[in-house]
Ligand binder design. Structure first.
Ligand code: GTP
Ligand code: MG
Length: 462
């Protein structure tokens, strides 16, 4: 069956040095041949060898559009495993669009977002976890994210998943054969062997799941929200961490109204850090909305930085804030310690006693005191002090984590059935579920809707 031929601009749609129009499908070479003319006008792209580059011009009928280089790559050694042509043109927006239009007029259709990579997946060149890794790689915001996605693209996640699935499948097959042919295959003593295997698979799954939370935080950054009463130094802190005067700082309480978000890197850890309006009861309509937003952001945060002004008495607003954040990871900054301290250590301890996950640091954003300690504390709080980004496999996708958790639970059920002396077909049902759950990570046993959802997040031309 012939596939339709898709085309898209593969480079950023902005004025740049070169632009690339990418074309893939059975008609790729023929279609582009219709609009390509070599200098001598004798060369036909349909005759050239695979993986070669050709200089020439793109014409729309008799109208010359651009001077180009054309790459011809025949299936199957291409990104999509289909015949692929790339047109390198001059990188003007208008030129790229005109070439794309001409390509489409000549038998191609506009590709959907991620459709090239989707074809690579559907044609079996990459599995789903690798396709996701390609997308992560493009969107990487820091070195960890980049490293983790390259590892995943190289197959770290799929290899591990495939090997675990292999182990599980072996047992399923063994049980099935033994049940089919009890005369020749005995299940005597098998339970101990299966138990060993189930324990070992469960342990491996547990290890992978444990990397998921850190993996996700390292990849996306820690969602950090600065909260506190008005005028305690929240915006000053943001500016200090970011290293720029991003937020307005004044001595007027209620300066920050709208939340302000910045991405910063501290010791290799990404923080999505949000400065919010000081929380207090207020009649001012605009400020009130700001305070509401602060509460919402605080609710969704991975980390709260609660700033307290050491030079002013604690009050009802502080108690209110503590209630809001008591089940979060919180770093309390006792700020303005360069001034006379009005808040005693014991008063502060009493105030924050209901917060479970807590560190307190004395700071002065004015004199840059305590900020180094603050950075170290973040590391300790989230990564046990050290971040090892070597060859360990990190799970960075929520989708993968869910599948691993499901497989983990199924293995647990296998162990339970063993402990309860259940009949063998009970084991195979749960082994099958674990096998299927793991299959979803690499794209086996996923529905079309999941596949479409994943690829729709890609950019055009990828
Ligand atoms: N002495 C001293 N003053 C500080 C310190 N940090 C901030 N300030 C001052 O405190 C005032 C308020 O600072 P901001 O950073 O605007 O405080 P905020 O918490 O963002 O205030 P709102 O946006 O109104 O909620 C400014 O005049 C700052 O210069 C500090 O560590 N020591
Ligand atoms: Mg502020």
């Amino acid at each position: 069956m012939r596939t339709d031929t898709i085309a898209a601009i593969a480079t950023a749609v902005s004025d740049s040095g070169i632009g690339i129009i990418r074309v893939s499908g059975d008609g790729a070479i023929e279609n582009i041949d219709k609009i390509y003319r070599s200098k001598s006008e004798k060369k036909r792209l349909t005759d050239v060898r695979s993986h070669t580059i050709h200089y020439g011009f793109i014409y729309d009928g008799e109208e010359l559009i651009d001077e180009v280089m054309v790459l011809v790559m025949k299936a199957p050694n291409t990104y999509t495993k289909e015949d692929t042509v790339e047109i390198d043109c001059h990188g003007g927006i208008l030129v790229m669009r005109k070439i794309l239009e001409t390509v489409i007029k000549n038998g191609c259709r506009l590709a959907e977002a991620g459709e090239f990579t989707k074809r690579a997946f559907l044609n079996g060149r990459i599995d789903l976890s690798k396709a996701e890794a390609i997308m992560d790689l493009i969107h990487s915001k820091n070195e960890f994210a980049l490293k983790a996605s390259v590892q995943q693209l190289k197959g770290s996640v799929s290899d591990k998943v495939k090997s675990l699935r292999g182990d599980i499948l072996y047992e399923i097959a063994f049980i099935e054969s033994a049940l089919d042919d009890p005369e020749h295959i005995s299940l005597d003593g098998y339970c101990e062997k299966l138990e060993q295997m189930a324990l070992s698979v469960k342990k491996d799954l547990g290890k992978l799941i444990d990397t998921a939370d850190n993996g996700k935080l390292l990849k996306d950054g820690i969602h950090t929200v600065i909260v506190g009463k008005p005028n305690v130094g929240k915006s000053s802190l943001l500016n200090l961490i970011v290293g720029e005067e991003k937020a307005i700082v004044t001595s007027v309480a209620g300066t920050t109204r709208d939340a302000l978000e910045e991405y910063v890197k501290l010791n290799g850890i990404g923080l999505n850090i949000i400065d919010t309006a000081g929380i207090r009861d207020t009649k001012d309509e605009v400020e009130r909305i700001g305070v509401e937003r602060a509460r919402t952001y605080a609710n969704n945060a991975d980390l709260i930085i609660y700033v307290v002004d050491a030079s002013r008495k604690l009050d009802e607003n502080d108690r209110e804030i503590v209630k809001l954040i008591s089940d979060k990871k919180v770093i309390v900054l006792l700020n303005k310690t360069d001034l006379d301290q009005v808040v005693s250590d014991s008063e502060l301890m009493t105030l924050v006693s209901e917060i479970n996950h807590l560190r307190i640091i004395k700071t002065s954003t004015k004199e840059n005191i305590g900020i180094d300690e603050f950075e170290n504390v973040i590391k300790e709080m989230f990564f046990g002090g050290s971040i090892v980004v070597n060859d360990e496999i990190y799970i960075t996708s929520e989708r993968h984590k869910e599948a691993l958790l499901e497989a983990y639970e199924s293995m647990d059920l296998v162990l339970k059935s063993l402990a309860d002396d259940m009949p063998e077909d009970f084991y195979s049902i749960d082994l099958m579920s674990a096998y299927a759950a793991l299959g979803r990570i690499i794209g086996e046993e996923v529905g079309e809707d999941v596949v479409n959802e994943i690829f729709s997040k890609f950019c055009m031309g990828k």
